[in-house]
Design a protein around this ligand. Structure first.
Ligand code: C2O
Ligand code: CU
Length: 500
């Protein structure tokens, strides 16, 4: 045999070996191949039974949207408005949502915070294929846990959520405690020269010294909105003296917001759909991280107009002010004073009414999650988990029933609101100090230098994202996956499937 022939044979052998061992390499990753275990499409099935069925149609479409103050944007919406159609169901309902895509890019819907079967989670490339232009997809799940939720596209979220593909979802108790119940979704928009949904690094370096953890995001947006409207275009909340309402706030944007309420007017009652107790009543300022949900019971103290407003020290704050008036026709005077206060409650200082763990448990799996920022040669900025960007980030490998401990540490200079799909975790400690009254959540806002320890139980088989909800950071790498043993995703990340 001459050398050429030997060479060719060697190559063939190497290719063959590569072919046979590659599934095992995949196995080390996200298990997205077809090897081993059962498909995620076969786990967690839910039956309608005799449950009431709530059916909705949501059409993703392009919409010229007026933000108010003379500002218009080319938005992407569910059913033609920002936010999209408000969904309200009752605990125990079977929810069925037909998504139709009339945009010319693929989309999905992720049910943020809802504990549901993996295949209904709306993550393209992991739990389904992205829904192509002209195509449809039906989501179904049982509304088991009452609380405040929202939905949004998870296809190229950095752009699609930014452009308006989101809406509210409330799962009501069978007998709601508050007669008046309102939903407010906070967001930021680019209406100036910038391009909504594009992330440029120019300002990041300039702002590097300001040290508030958001200089990268802040330079992108110029207009704040509440329910898709800014400034005077925001619909007033109508309440009479002495009335109490449940106000549900969601932050769909990528900046944190600090809402200021009139003194002694609120009590924080829920966070990420978990009821809280503890420091109730003392807060006047509520900080909401990107992706987070906070519910307050708000009492209208007098018939005088009042205002719920973004911290006035924040740039563009003027756009985020909700007037509270006693009747539809009341004129909101410009001189209604914005309450200024420093009485801000730390989001984790509320304890949850119901805990996942009474005592700190012994973990079966421990995962150290180091969050950092890096510069990649030729590619620019990246946001990393354990030094890697998605999909190279190491997965959190679990088996059904495991108690999982995650040590989340922010070694960078930016805020990272880390959100876990399909589960809730209990926040055990912050910077080494344990909480007396821990809180149960599905996102934790980890600021520069901070370290949190969270625990969850692996009780929902599938492949689930754990990622930063500043979706621009997710887009640049800050995502990992909770990867259950014994299941695989038949879908593939890449191509049309862009879960970032
Ligand atoms: Cu609002 Cu991956 O989620
Ligand atoms: Cu981040």
């Amino acid at each position: 045999m001459n050398r050429k022939v030997i060479g060719s044979i060697l190559i063939v052998i190497l290719l063959a070996i590569g072919y046979f061992i590659s599934p095992f390499y995949n196995n080390e990753g996200y298990n997205t191949g077809s090897q081993g275990g059962i498909s995620i499409l076969e786990v967690g099935a839910q039956e309608v039974g005799d449950r009431p069925v709530k059916t909705y149609e949501l059409t993703a479409q392009e919409t010229e949207w007026e933000l108010g103050d003379g500002k218009q944007v080319n938005a992407w919406t569910y059913n033609g408005t920002v936010p999209g159609e408000a969904l309200r169901v009752t605990k125990g309902d079977f929810v069925r949502v037909h998504l139709k895509n009339e945009l010319d890019v693929p989309v999905t819907i992720h049910w943020h915070g809802v504990i549901l079967p993996n295949k209904m989670d709306g993550v393209p490339g992991l739990t389904q294929d992205a829904v192509e232009p002209g195509e449809s997809f039906t989501y179904e799940f049982i509304a088991n846990d009452p609380g405040t939720y929202w939905y949004h596209s998870h296809q190229h979220s950095a752009e699609q959520v930014d452009r308006g593909l989101y809406g509210s979802l409330v799962i009501e108790e069978k007998e709601p405690e508050y007669e008046q119940d309102e939903f407010f979704i906070l967001d930021e928009w680019t209406t100036g020269s910038g391009d909504q949904g594009s992330f440029n690094m120019g300002g990041m370096m300039q702002g590097h010294m300001s040290g508030d953890g958001e200089m990268d995001t802040k330079q992108l947006y110029d207009t704040f909105t509440v329910n898709g409207k800014s400034g005077d275009a925001i619909e007033p909340l109508v309440m009479k003296e002495g009335e109490t309402a449940r106000l549900r706030f969601v932050n769909a944007g990528y900046q944190q917001h600090q809402l200021m309420f009139p003194e002694d007017s609120i009590k924080v009652i829920a966070n990420d759909a978990e009821e809280v107790s503890g420091e109730k009543g003392s807060a006047q300022v509520v900080e909401i991280a990107p992706g987070e949900r906070i519910d307050v019971a708000y009492i209208k103290q007098s018939d005088e107009p009042a205002v719920i407003a973004e911290n006035p020290n924040v740039e563009n704050a003027g756009g985020m002010q909700i007037p509270v008036v006693s009747n539809e026709n009341a004129v909101v005077q410009d001189d209604v004073t914005v309450p200024v206060s420093s009485a801000m409650a730390d989001g984790t200082s509320y304890g949850s009414e119901e805990l996942l763990f009474k005592e700190t448990p012994d973990p079966d799996v421990t995962y150290d999650m180091d969050l950092s920022m890096g510069m990649n040669m030729g590619e620019g900025m990246s946001f990393q988990i354990n030094g890697q960007t998605f999909p190279e980030t190491p997965p959190i490998k679990v088996e059904e029933g495991d108690i999982v401990k995650v040590n989340i540490k922010n070694e960078g200079r930016m805020n990272h609101p880390m959100h876990l799909h399909g589960h809730r975790f209990q926040v055990a400690s912050k910077n080494g100090t344990s909480y007396d009254n821990p809180i149960v959540k599905d996102m934790i806002h980890v600021k520069p230098g901070e370290e949190y320890v969270v625990y969850f139980e692996a009780d929902n088989k599938g492949e689930w994202l754990f990622h930063c909800h500043d979706n621009n950071h997710a887009d640049l790498g800050m995502i990992t996956i909770v990867d259950y043993k014994g299941v695989y995703s038949p879908f593939e990340i890449g191509g049309e499937n862009q879960p970032e």
